[in-house]
Design a protein around this ligand. Structure first.
Ligand code: GMT
Length: 377
């Protein structure tokens, strides 16, 4: 198949999922065309099956906001015609589903009916999409997609609750490519560079936005390190980084925290961590939690959104109500204070991560593409 993929190319779960999906499809022999504002950060190689087309926005002094939607629709029309695309798969509804709908209408004028698959990722529904400013356009573009997927059952329920949806929604979970995992698992995991042998390593990876509750991460770690010799690794950058730094200084624990900023070495960091913290306010799936589990790291998380579908309470880690820092710290100490118990949870986390192996998820997308392509022709 000739598949067009639209996503945010920078750091963020939806872009990571879209890019890894595209690379896996290309590996299986499909022609994959990314139509994005920049080359996706995770798209580290292009080959005869993998292509990138940049959406260029021509600026003009009159514009207060750059008309990215228009430029994307135009580029999609051009790409569908030029590369004979069979299907467009757009990740994150705003503004991608809307821009794809416009492209579909334009293409009808030249006798092409291109099917659109929209994957909803989370904040495009829960935080931003349901805001009155965007809601009518998001609802319209979901209802006019040829197929719609969500990354968890919980996000499907949120979508049906917050919007008036007339389409069937299929749940297709985020995934892990275990083959890639094996390439870095063993010899790269050298803990000595980050912590002393007797220190436990806790980790948090996110875009440090308020929704991730990074201050809770600092507070949980503060309680843990009072009882257990430990280090905290914070990976990522975002608006709450300074606040987190300030709180760490206030609590006198900044020496024990490593702020690593944005990193492409996330899997390497996760495989040398003992525990992953994800106390988010909302989380449609929690790809970071799954990546941690695939790196044999148990997860202490909130029980919001799709997290209970990924992190199994008492098996792969523990779940608590949003903001219940005391309980999260207690659970972390419970795991870190007993080597045998910690090892058991590490193995269980790794085992459960296999429910989300790319080998079972990829065929679901392929089947969906085939279905919408057949329906349209
Ligand atoms: O908010 C983020 O973490 C980024 C966001 C995105 O769309 O880039 O992530 C969302 O999509 C991920 C991939 O499907 C999910 O695993 C995350 O749970 C989801 N984030 C939220 O719902 C807050």
């Amino acid at each position: 198949m000739n598949i067009g993929i639209v996503c945010y190319p920078t750091y963020g779960g939806s872009g990571v999922v879209a890019t890894e999906l595209g690379m896996a499809l290309a590996q299986k022999g499909h022609q994959v065309h990314f139509v994005t504002s920049h080359q996706p950060v995770k798209l580290n190689f292009l080959n005869h099956n993998l292509h990138f087309h940049e959406v260029f926005v021509e600026n003009y002094p009159l514009f207060h906001y750059q008309p990215y939607n228009l430029a994307l629709s135009s580029k999609l029309v051009e790409s569908v015609e030029k590369y004979n695309l069979d299907v467009l798969h757009v990740h994150y509804a705003i503004p991608h589903a809307y821009a794809a709908y416009m492209a579909k209408q334009m293409l009808k004028d030249v006798g092409i009916d291109i099917p659109i698959v929209t994957t909803l990722h989370g904040t495009d529904i829960t935080l931003v999409g349901s805001h009155p400013v965007y809601k009518p356009a998001v609802e319209f573009s979901i209802n006019h997609s040829d197929a719609v997927t969500t990354v968890s059952q919980s996000l499907k329920e949120d979508t049906l609750r917050l919007f008036n949806i007339r389409k069937n929604i299929e749940v297709i979970y985020n995934f892990i490519d275990f083959e890639q995992q094996e390439n870095w698992n063993s010899e790269d995991c050298i803990r000595g560079t980050l912590a002393k042998p007797d220190e436990k390593i806790l980790a948090h990876v996110s875009n440090l936005r308020p929704v991730k509750r990074v201050l809770d991460v600092i507070r949980i770690f503060h309680k843990v390190q009072e009882q257990i010799s430990a280090k905290l690794i914070l990976v990522g950058d975002g608006p709450d980084r300074e606040k987190a730094d300030l709180l760490a200084k206030e609590l006198g624990i900044n020496e024990k925290i490593l702020f690593l900023g944005k990193s492409d070495e996330i899997r390497k960091i996760l495989c040398l961590s003992d525990l992953f913290l994800l106390p988010s306010e909302t989380e449609s799936f929690g790809l970071a939690a799954l990546e941690a589990m695939a790196g044999k790291t148990p997860v202490i998380s909130s029980n919001t959104g799709g997290l209970p579908e990924v992190n199994i309470d008492g098996v792969t880690g523990f779940l608590s109500d949003v903001g219940n820092v005391d309980e999260m710290a207690k659970n972390a100490i419970y795991l870190l204070s007993n080597e045998k118990r910690l090892e058991k949870f590490k193995q269980q986390a790794f085992n459960e991560a296999h429910r989300f192996s790319i080998d079972s998820i990829l065929p679901k997308y392929e089947k969906m593409y085939m279905r919408v392509i057949k329906n349209g022709h």
